[in-house]
Design a protein around this ligand. Structure first.
Ligand code: DAH
Length: 339
């Protein structure tokens, strides 16, 4: 029996010392100290011993148990420590490594122009209004004094969803929507996407952007319109910009005009950007037609107003010197990076 205990002792200590991982250590604990382990088997085998032998062997087994428990504990601590060191080593951060470059994007040129125009008009006390892109013909045309037989309502010009729902062809319907809800004084601009059934080329796109403006109050006159647009042109295109008005026709304004600005590249002498004209067509505008006011329950005898609308792409192209509209929609980062 003593021999057996000695053999188990030597064997177990050797095995424990050679261990390299914690799961194996647990297996070892069960093998020697568990209920069905080797030491329990030794104690069970004591039945065959003499009275004198029993306490001696008993204390030897107990001593072995204490020894093995101690060894296992030591080993456990050693292995846990090793594991921790390995983990720390692996997660070591080298703070001298060069960092990954963070690419910061920028606003699209169209968004840049919209933001800039918003800033200018907010500074003049305007509010920003919004309206649906899928619009009723009623707001896009009827309320704006363009009756059912108006040529702008042609199937070839406009995307119809049903007979009375279209993709809006202009931001002007927002004028009617605002006037229906809000009584004067009204001072809004409305940037947004508009749609026309045009074929794509260097200056046309079936989807583009406009900014609409509307002011309605008592005693609003054409000179308010001219003054406002002059301030806008100077702020947006440069202090030396001049503005001129040409008579035009829009169903929702009377009188109507188109406004041109002196070319901000050549100052009016003539160049590639203004196609040698010295002037660049900027926008449509006019005094709100009394019928439009009346349609929206505003009394034209008491109130008057002006309105204007322009294409954002046109301004972006002129301002950034872009000669093909399509570039704005291709989303080629090499192009967009320049602005
Ligand atoms: N909606 C017009 C267009 O798309 C532009 C326009 C002209 C808007 C005159 C206006 C305006 O508000 O008064 O061509």
């Amino acid at each position: 029996m003593k021999e057996k205990i000695k053999a188990i002792r030597e064997n177990a200590i050797k095995q424990i010392e050679e261990l390299k991982d914690l799961t194996k250590l647990n297996e070892m604990r069960i093998k020697y100290l568990g209920k069905k382990g080797e030491l329990t088997a030794l104690l069970r085998g004591m039945g065959g011993l003499t009275k004198e032998e029993r306490p001696i062997i008993g204390s030897l087994v107990n001593e072995l148990r204490d020894k093995l428990e101690e060894k296992i504990k030591e080993k456990e601590e050693e292995l846990k420590n090793k594991e921790l060191m390995a983990k720390l080593e692996k997660e070591n951060i080298d703070i001298t490594m060069p960092s990954k470059k963070i690419e910061i994007g920028s606003a699209h040129p169209i968004t840049q122009i919209i933001n800039e125009v918003e800033e200018i008009f907010l500074g003049m006390g305007y509010e920003i209004a919004d309206g649906p892109e899928i619009e009723k013909t009623f707001y896009n045309f009827d309320q704006l004094n363009a009756p059912a037989d108006h040529p702008s309502r042609d199937l070839q010009d406009t995307f119809y969803i049903t007979d009375d729902i279209i993709l809006r062809t202009q931001t002007s319907p927002v004028q009617a929507r605002v006037m229906e809800k809000q009584k004067p004084p009204i001072k809004i601009i409305c940037p947004g996407t508009v749609y026309r059934s045009d074929t794509v080329d260097a200056t046309h796109s079936p989807v583009f952007h406009q900014i609409e403006g509307l002011v309605v109050d008592k005693n609003i006159s054409m000179s308010d319109l001219k003054g406002t647009l002059e301030i806008f042109a100077k702020k947006c295109l440069g202090e030396n910009t001049k503005i001129r008005f040409r008579p035009h026709h829009f169903p929702f304004t009377e009188p109507s005009a188109e406004a041109d600005v002196s070319c901000f590249v050549c100052g009016g002498k003539g160049c590639r950007v203004c196609k040698n004209e010295g002037w660049i067509e900027l926008l449509g505008c006019g005094m709100v037609h009394p019928n439009v006011l009346r349609n929206c329950n505003i009394d034209p005898k008491e109130y008057s107003g002006f309105a204007f609308g322009f294409g954002v792409e046109r301004i972006a192209m002129a301002k950034f010197g872009i000669d093909d509209l399509r570039l704005l929609y291709e989303n080629d980062v090499r192009f967009l990076k320049q602005f």
